[in-house]
Write a protein that binds this ligand. Sequence first.
Ligand SMILES: [Zn+2]
Length: 83
Amino acid sequence: MLSCKETSLLVSQSLDRRLAWRERIALRMHLLVCGACRSFADQAAFLRTAVRRFGRRANAPEPLRLSQDARERIARELRDKQP
Ligand SMILES: [Zn+2]
């Protein structure tokens, strides 16, 4: 079983690279039993989505700023996910 430290490392790495199947299984096993790492993984997934959306928008010919609505949604999401 992975430790929380190893799990958070894998979660972070999963943002940058595709994990090997062994790593994905080990990660899932840990997330099944550990709520703290699960919320960390949720936050990481949320941030990855936000960053990707922002990246797409940055390539569009619009001003490079998050809308007020987006800022509020991110703030709300982060607040709700506090342990
Ligand atoms: Zn954990």
